[in-house]
Design a protein around this ligand. Structure first.
Ligand code: SF4
Length: 357
């Protein structure tokens, strides 16, 4: 049996199994025993947990918390709102749309790690929302909509599917004349790096007219290991571009040092930091959310001026009307008819001419 399959068969998803890795705190035990929620991770990801620290960033992303019962700020039926599922355009369940030319194609609700902060929690973790993953219906819809250029294959985690199923999706999408790029959203390089097998590489590799992009989700420098670095490298050898979409998580990566280290380490394993997402207002994840401005401040104080521009992600809030980018608003301090006054990351000022149109 391939290692990744055995990792999935031996998921750490009971109190007894968890105790093989860490000293479970009374709060963690209470949450696991009382919450009706899907949770679990791979033995690999569990092995990264600090056995003695309940605030370990890996533990917090994996183990349920009683705070998930609180919901002061989360939007009810979040996914229906976020993915515009109640709009006039009738689409298959597996197609989510916010833009004219690109869609998300949801192909599974299974993951290798049930992230406690997941904005798709209602679907993937809590299972309050049931969708039909009828791929043929989705592929047909994409074929009929010639304005769609770009398909994000998502889940759950689409790389949990067998190689043949992933190959089938890619082949069918590539047959559609108006598709120009295919993207996969997967956390497997982070939580199940053994998934990047020779078999999967055979499905992904080669020069193709329609390129493949993989976006993954490293949220903390601790997640960057020899194994995850190797998984990224193997993907790159297939001609697949690899980017990161971190989620800004309170108490996990919302301090300058961790945030900077995460982005510097991503480049050291050849991953391009693409987005940092504000933690979305899905129900039951209030405890992960920071003030909105936090992400822009961290880019200003942690990254800008401290590392190459290649390590600069775009900070965005994902909403029902698309992603809203947020920049720290201090760059242009003043503008008049003749010049701009600009400020840099250190608070130093400079001037450049204002050229009339
Ligand atoms: S892997 Fe992705 S879809 Fe699955 S729980 Fe984590 S964030 Fe959600």
């Amino acid at each position: 049996m391939e290692t990744w399959v055995s990792e999935l068969r031996n998921m750490v998803n009971t109190l007894e199994r968890l105790r093989e890795f860490i000293r479970v705190s009374p709060e963690e035990e209470a949450a696991i025993s009382t919450l009706k929620t899907k949770w679990g991770t791979t033995p690999y990801f569990a092995s990264l947990m600090d056995p003695d620290d309940p605030n370990c960033p890996i533990r917090r992303q994996v183990i349920p918390s009683l705070k998930e019962k609180e919901n002061r700020y989360g939007i009810p039926n979040y996914l229906v709102w976020k993915e515009n599922r109640a709009t006039e355009e009738v689409r298959p369940d597996c197609i989510a749309r916010q833009y004219h030319d690109r869609i998300a194609f949801t192909v599974t609700d299974t993951c290798a790690n049930y992230c406690r902060h997941c904005f798709r929690k209602e679907l993937v973790v809590d299972r309050d929302l049931q969708l039909r993953f009828d791929w043929e219906e989705g592929l047909e819809w994409i074929r009929e909509h010639e304005e769609i250029r770009d398909v994000l294959v998502t889940g759950g985690d689409p790389f949990i599917l067998p190689d043949e199923r992933i190959g089938y999706i890619i082949t069918r999408l590539r047959e559609i004349p108006h598709i120009e790029m295919i993207r996969f959203g997967t956390r497997t390089p982070v939580v199940l790096p053994d998934r990047i097998t020779e078999g999967l590489k055979n499905v992904l590799k080669g020069y193709h007219r329609i390129p493949l992009w993989v976006n993954t989700q490293f949220n903390h420098p601790k997640e960057i290991t020899e194994k995850s670095a190797r998984a990224v490298y193997e993907l790159l050898t297939c001609g697949v571009n690899v980017g990161n979409q971190a989620v800004l998580l309170k108490g996990i990566n919302d301090d300058v040092e961790t945030f900077r280290k995460l982005h510097q380490k991503l480049l050291s394993i050849r991953v391009r930091p693409y987005y940092v997402f504000y933690c979305e207002p899905a129900p039951g994840i209030d405890h992960f959310r920071t003030p909105v401005e936090k992400g822009a401040e961290l880019i200003r104080d942690g990254i800008r001026g401290f590392t190459t521009g290649l390590a600069q992600p775009m900070y965005v809030i994902a909403t029902n009307i698309g992603k809203i980018p947020l920049m720290p608003d201090y760059y242009i301090m003043e503008k008049n008819e003749t010049e701009y006054t600009l400020r840099n990351y250190e608070g130093r000022y400079t001037k450049i001419p204002n050229i009339p149109e």
